[in-house]
Design a protein around this ligand. Structure first.
Ligand code: SAM
Length: 252
């Protein structure tokens, strides 16, 4: 299935390269920087395989949790009006930390993602993906998330917790130079974090698949791992190049 949201750096285009690399014999699948979950939703569900989905963004993870645990309440909460006024009101209240229940917060967050330009939650899109197209589909996502463990932790902490010889980690960190596109309230991933992630992945007992932009730092950090270069159409709003070069790196 497809993800229910767009996300900056989302792997809708690269999933065709990444999913076939997932080893089916691994008894635990851990998606470390989940975002819109294009790999989790695109991959096959394997009987007996534990699945973990994580992101450091607390608003995003709250949305997944409300879909998983309170799907019908979330459906009821969603206000399907489409207007710029509503968008601005939601955005301002959301950022001002107005008191809301977790369900109200998830509904507004989903509305902002679906109605914003490039899913950036800040500027109203002229052709928004209408939220009401999604409401009836939410139970399908609830069902898919039924046995998935949802976490809201830093990548290194999560990897250390779930590392076993039979684990496969899919890691999709903020790309070098594109860290500012993610919610700064939760993440300010920088060079030190790229290095600490590299040191952590070098130590693990399990397998990993890592996706990154093709740049000098990444090539230096992962020079002794397997690398596949791929091209995809650019989805970042401020990058003028039509094609974007990426690397898929594995330790097996
Ligand atoms: C490239 S996006 C992931 C896109 C995702 N694979 C998809 O298909 O939609 C990077 C994600 O890393 C998350 N992130 C940033 N810093 C993190 C950290 N320290 N630990 C875990 N996740 C983090 C961001 O919130 C963002 O959702």
């Amino acid at each position: 299935m497809r993800s229910f949201i767009g996300w900056i750096g989302g792997k809708s285009q690269l999933k065709k390269y990444i999913i076939p690399l997932l080893p089916s014999e691994c008894t635990r699948y851990i998606e470390v920087c989940g975002g819109a979950g294009w790999i989790l939703f695109g991959k096959e569900q394997i009987k007996g395989q534990m699945e973990v989905f994580n992101d450091i963004d607390g608003d995003l993870i709250n949305l997944y949790q409300q879909i998983k645990y309170h799907c019908s309440e979330l459906q009821n909460e969603m206000d399907w009006l489409q207007s710029r006024e509503l968008f601005t009101d939601f955005r301002n209240n959301f950022n001002a930390n107005t008191p809301m229940t977790d369900i109200q917060r998830a509904a507004r967050y989903l509305y902002l993602i679906r109605c914003s330009f490039g899913c950036n939650r800040h500027s109203f899109a002229t052709t928004p993906s209408k939220p009401y197209n999604l409401i009836d589909l939410l139970p399908l996502y609830q069902e898919r998330l039924r046995d998935v463990i949802i976490e809201n932790r830093d990548c290194e902490d999560l990897i250390n917790t779930y590392d076993r010889p039979d684990a496969i980690f899919y890691v999709d960190p903020p790309y070098v130079g594109s860290e500012q596109y993610y919610n700064r309230k939760y993440s300010s991933f920088g060079e030190a974090d790229h290095i600490r992630l590299n040191e952590c992945l070098k130590r693990i007992k399990g397998k990993f698949i890592l996706s990154y932009n093709d740049c000098e730092l990444v090539r230096e950090l992962y020079y002794d791992f397997n690398m596949i270069g791929v091209d995809r159409n650019n989805s970042l709003p401020s990058k003028p190049l039509p094609k974007y070069k990426e690397l898929i790196i594995t330790n097996y």
